[in-house]
Design a protein around this ligand. Sequence first.
Ligand code: 5GP
Ligand code: MG
Length: 182
Amino acid sequence: MAQTGYTVSQMISAKAIAARIEDLAREIEQDFAGTNKLVVVGLLRGSFVFIADLVRELDLPVEVDFLEASSYGNAMESSREVRILKDLRGEIQARDVLVVEDIVDTGHTLNHVVGLLRSRAPARLKTIALLDKPVRREVDFRADWIGFEIPDEFVVGYGIDYAQRNRNLPFIGKVTLHEDAS
Ligand code: 5GP
Ligand code: MG
């Protein structure tokens, strides 16, 4: 059966995402109150919309840096081997760090990235993910903040892609593949 295409149906609205980010930002502000050395680290590429909205909601002095770890490629399957494709530009030793990810799925990516960044001796390191799929977890990893828990569905939008498309959707949508009837 050949796949002929897919549809995207809305799972989390832009409005719900914005409201959740406001709440998360207040919690993060409390947690990092008084910091003057916070670096917000976005994991490329899926977190770029989330980090943009999150930092604009944060009433804290922040710097922004990015790191790219290997991910799915163009398929819808996770790989257990995590590689760093692009490292941070700045040093994080003795800095406060907030790592921003789009989705925690098996947990391998954030687990690996957190291990790497901790080895650089930051003052504090916390993690936030917009989405969490707890039923998919393969390693014992829990983000400090989660936007939404979702079921085991492949999602796109709000920065998250399917074969590099759909990152520009303003909402989180669920992908349904269509199979050729013939
Ligand atoms: P991990 O399995 O290591 O927790 O996640 C691997 C990567 O897969 C994450 O960085 C996340 O961006 C991506 N990922 C997990 N679930 C989905 C999904 O439903 N859609 C897309 N596009 N990427 C996903
Ligand atoms: Mg990713």
